[in-house]
Design a protein around this ligand. Structure first.
Ligand code: SF4
Ligand code: SF4
Length: 165
């Protein structure tokens, strides 16, 4: 896995133009069964992928924290929401709460998440490859393929499976 993660940014860079073109077409003419197909590709990929061997998302890009996330996690720590914010979060350029530092402070050396049951919604949903109307998050996916080997493989499988000529 380490080797794949090392090579992933370069592999994603090489595929960027091709992926951009594909997603441009997908947005204009999404196949009728796209939601179903994405569920299938997502599940096939995550049967093969062990996130505990990777954790690259937790190491290199943090989630954003919604108000509900902050309330739930601070309660877990028996902290006031503001104390949790002061300890771990900052506001980014887009006015969202994000982690002050990376890797995520809740990631263990064994790649387990110490707040797994109450983790942010964005962590539960990453890399968003099973979401409905997947064509609407193509810009995000273009970035995620450089971070997440599973997302990279799913996009490659999409290109092989969906004919958009
Ligand atoms: S909260 Fe947990 S799942 Fe989310 S980035 Fe941190 S370690 Fe990873
Ligand atoms: S979601 Fe992707 S980047 Fe995160 S641990 Fe799993 S394979 Fe790695």
């Amino acid at each position: 896995m380490d080797k794949i993660l090392e090579q992933l940014p370069q592999m994603a860079k090489e595929k960027h133009a091709e992926n951009k073109k594909f997603f441009g077409k997908l947005k204009k003419r999404p196949p009728k069964n796209l939601d179903y197909l994405m569920q299938e590709l997502h599940h096939e990929e995550f049967e093969r992928t062990d996130c505990l061997e990777c954790a690259n998302c937790c190491k290199t890009t943090g989630p954003l924290f919604t108000k509900a996330d902050i309330e739930r996690i601070s309660k877990f720590f028996r902290q006031k929401p503001q104390a949790f914010i002061d300890d771990y979060l900052r506001i980014d350029e887009e006015n969202d709460y994000v982690l002050q530092s990376l890797p995520c402070p809740f990631l263990g050396a064994d790649n387990y998440c110490s707040i797994y049951d109450v983790r942010p919604k964005a962590c539960r949903e990453f890399p968003h490859t099973d979401r409905k109307k997947f064509q609407q998050i193509s810009n995000l996916t273009l970035k995620n393929v450089a971070i997440c080997p599973a997302a990279f493989n799913i996009v490659e499988a999409m290109k092989a499976k969906i004919n958009l000529r």
